[in-house]
Design a binder for this molecule. Structure first.
Ligand code: SAM
Length: 229
């Protein structure tokens, strides 16, 4: 249950030096990288329900200067991702320092981890479908949760969703279409976005679906800004 993992009281309470030691070396004050007036890096990408971490591993070399975090509810899976990242760092010095994972319930604690307009990308890859009507409230995309995601995302930021469950794909797309703070990313942009290829190829679930020749349903939306915000 939730009582078994620590919950930061606010985003400032998240100990980044634990997650990204190369960016926050203990002996260099607040943050690394020498010149004191550079802004401390912040987490910019979140992979929600990251599972075994394949997306983070795929994204890391594509965006070496962006800090990314996976959020995962299962303890053992989280531990596996931690070990995986440490092993990658050990065998590839200077790489994979920008990815990490935290065990948490993303449906409850997103605002504890990220501040307003902090994230430029959020990922929801092959989330659990929760088929029964009474369990729809457990889905990681809902109108209510989209309000939270909109809050932590910067204007122009992109939310990526993919599933092999058609009903869930329609549900996620419909929620995003209905929400006033998101608009669909045009097809031409989706085609040239290097991240999109990873959605189905990088994660363990995506690879399983591909092996079985399953169909996938994507919804990729941009956080827009409204004048009155
Ligand atoms: N995204 C990964 C992939 O594509 O391989 C994993 C997909 S798996 C079907 C869904 C994952 O979401 C599981 O690892 C599950 O433990 C995690 N999860 C479910 N509910 C969650 C929650 N409320 N907070 C964080 N993770 C959650």
């Amino acid at each position: 249950s939730d009582s078994h993992f620590p919950i930061p009281i606010s985003p400032d309470d998240v100990d980044l030096s634990q997650h990204y030691p190369r960016y926050f070396p203990a002996d260099k004050g607040e943050h690394g990288d020498g010149d004191g007036d550079a802004e401390a890096p912040r987490i910019r990408f979140a992979d929600v329900g990251c599972g075994f971490g394949g997306l983070l591993v795929g994204l890391s070399p594509l965006f070496p200067d962006k800090l990314m975090i996976g959020m995962e509810l299962r303890d053992k899976v989280t531990e596996y991702v931690k070990e995986r990242v440490l092993a990658l760092r050990a065998s590839n010095p200077g790489q994979y320092d920008n990815i990490s994972v935290v065990r948490t319930n993303s449906m409850k604690y997103i605002p504890n981890y990220f501040g307003k307009a902090q994230l430029s990308k959020m990922f929801f890859l092959f989330p659990d479908p929760h088929f029964k009507e009474k369990n729809h409230r457990r889905r990681v995309i809902s109108m209510h949760l989209l309000d939270e995601y909109a809050y932590v995302m910067e204007a122009g930021g992109i939310i990526y969703t993919i599933t092999d469950v058609e009903e869930l794909g329609i549900w996620m797309r419909t929620c995003l279409e209905k929400h006033p703070l998101f608009e669909a990313v045009p097809e031409e942009e989706i085609k040239v976005d290097p991240v999109v290829k990873l959605l189905s190829s990088a994660t363990e679930e995506g690879q399983k679906v591909a092996r079985n020749g399953g169909q996938t349903f994507q919804a990729i939306f941009r956080r827009i800004s409204l004048q009155e915000e």
